[in-house]
Design a protein around this ligand. Structure first.
Ligand code: OGA
Ligand code: MN
Length: 223
């Protein structure tokens, strides 16, 4: 029997930041929000990623999909693990991303129906060269997201994410310091970006809001 109390779901993010995030996507194609996620949840996600790393439970990330998948340490040097609701922290993060997805759908009419994400660990000296996360025409990744997990990132730590307006390196739109709690969203097929060489072990969660775009029978598979 209901006792008449409204159902209170704990929030683990700064809901007031969502409008700014939507504005940024519309006006610039990207949005950078500091202190987006609850600090304790960020800590739990970081601990989980570093424990996966210690237990050799991460896989070296590659590039290209399906049969064309290949390891290219000269292009990207991170090791990853897909989120699968295994831990409370993952479930909480995925629930936050569901709220973000719904807000984007309500505000921007985007029809995003799914979110996929992986932990990423960049060992010292690694990077991810400039790339797009999806290609126009067969893009089912519509909006990319990154949450950063390292606390107290030093000024000389490297590992920033640089966002560009085009393939031209001179058109840099912004640089994101990979500091715990910072959350970035950008249009997957529009904003080239790169991870600059990191000096410290760098921890993040990269995620994609997707639309079901199986165009002309070409289904974009999961990596
Ligand atoms: C990616 C990516 C950026 C980052 O995984 O596709 O661009 O800052 N990550 O980790
Ligand atoms: Mn990317």
């Amino acid at each position: 029997m209901s006792i008449g109390l409204p159902h209170q779901r704990e929030r683990f993010y700064n809901a007031a930041a969502i409008d700014t995030l939507l504005d940024g996507l519309v006006e610039h194609g990207f949005a950078i929000t500091e202190h987006f996620l609850d600090a304790e949840l960020v800590d739990a996600l970081r601990e989980e990623l570093f424990s996966l790393e210690r237990n050799a439970a991460l896989d070296n990330a590659g590039i290209g999909r399906g049969n064309e998948h290949q390891l290219r340490r000269d292009i990207r040097g991170d090791a990853i693990r897909w989120l699968d609701q295994e831990s409370l922290a993952q479930r909480r993060y995925l629930a936050v991303m569901d709220d973000v997805r719904e807000a984007i759908n309500r505000g921007l009419y985007m029809g995003l129906f799914e979110f996929e994400a992986h932990f990423a660990h960049y060992p010292p000296g690694t990077f991810y060269k400039k790339h797009l996360d999806s290609f126009r025409g067969r893009a089912n990744r519509v909006i990319s997201s990154v949450l950063y997990l390292n606390r107290d990132w030093p000024a000389d730590g490297g590992g920033e994410m640089a966002l560009y307006a085009s393939d031209d390196d001179s058109c840099e739109l912004g640089r994101v310091i990979p500091e715990a709690g910072t959350f970035v969203c950008f249009l997957s097929d529009t904003i080239p970006h790169e991870v600059l060489p990191t000096r410290l072990p760098r921890a993040s969660i990269a995620g994609w809001f997707r639309r079901n775009a199986s165009l002309g029978g070409v289904v974009d598979p999961d990596h």
